[in-house]
Ligand binder design. Sequence first.
Ligand SMILES: [Zn+2]
Length: 223
Amino acid sequence: MSRPPISQAMEDYLKAIYKLREQHQQVSTSALAVYLRIAPASVTNMCKKLAELNLLTYEPYQGVTFTPTGEKLALEIVRHHRLIELYLAEALGVPWDRVHDEAEKLEHVISEDLEERMATVLGNPKFDPHGAPIPSRSGVMIQPESGRLVDMKEGDRLVIVEVDDDDPELLRHLGEKGLYPGTEIELLTQAPFEGSLTLDMHGTQQDVSYQVAKTILVALQER
Ligand SMILES: [Zn+2]
């Protein structure tokens, strides 16, 4: 699609709204302000501008909703971001804890042609290195069923679906433990009151803190 002339900051807003909505949170301007670490008054101003461009509908005290054009544009930016992350990881060998920051910059500047070439070289991938779904060119995305690791039961046999992408320290920690998307684990024990979890990974036991486990999405293994 051809893009309306909007700034990188506007693109970041659209992506932030998209991400907050993905997490089933109500997208209020105050939630956006916290997420973007920007003063609420500035966020309100920007949302008004985006509404004038017909990318959002914005009602004071009711939060923001995408228009069809805004949603399409947000999906396009998400596609760029996730494709770039995968390309950097797979084609260039960039460690998975560094691809997000690079993609944050590159997502605003790559052409549609470059995007297509990356997608082709990667075999039109469905997921980024952190397990997040990559929207197709037409905006279709496979969102696998998943739940938080901390909400699972002892004895559950699980597969890691997705992890948070934006905290390099956390990603290095997960990498050291081998907790990548696609890894099969069994939840052995979870200590009460948000205590640590013990996992079995192909015969090796790993302890994971509640804070870390909270960031991991899993699905039940198919029998
Ligand atoms: Zn990312």
